[in-house]
Design a protein around this ligand. Structure first.
Ligand SMILES: [Zn+2]
Length: 120
């Protein structure tokens, strides 16, 4: 997605917004056709967004390295991890600092049985 495409998308959306704002109570068929045309143009340009984000598919690091573990069936990445190695490394560091509660050893529920029973 180059700058020209982005400009075209913004221009089409602005035009659509202008047309919609200028519509009278009873829009004509011509108004509707004009609006549909410009919205189609915006839709087609918007549909191409992300097509050139590079191999990582990451908006922040489009041309960074792809995580070698991505798509590895033997050692799958945790849920929420993407293709971007830089982002995955950041996630790994965050996970190391704040281990997922599921990964901590379970604490036995001693509290329930520790209190001596009161005799009535
Ligand atoms: Zn990234």
């Amino acid at each position: 997605m180059g700058y020209a495409d982005l400009r075209e998308l913004q221009s089409a959306l602005t035009t659509a917004s202008d047309i919609a704002a200028a519509l009278q109570r009873a829009p004509t068929r011509r108004d509707a056709d004009q609006l549909v045309d410009v919205l189609r143009r915006a839709l087609s340009v918007a549909g191409a967004l992300g097509a050139e984000t590079g191999p990582t598919g990451c908006a922040e690091h489009p041309h960074g390295a792809v995580d070698p573990l991505y798509g590895d069936p033997e050692d799958p990445l945790p849920p929420g991890y993407g293709k971007c190695l830089l982002c995955n490394d950041r996630r790994r560091r965050a996970d190391a600092h704040h281990p997922h509660p599921r990964l901590r050893p379970r604490r036995p529920h001693l509290q329930l049985h520790r209190r001596p029973r009161q005799s009535a």
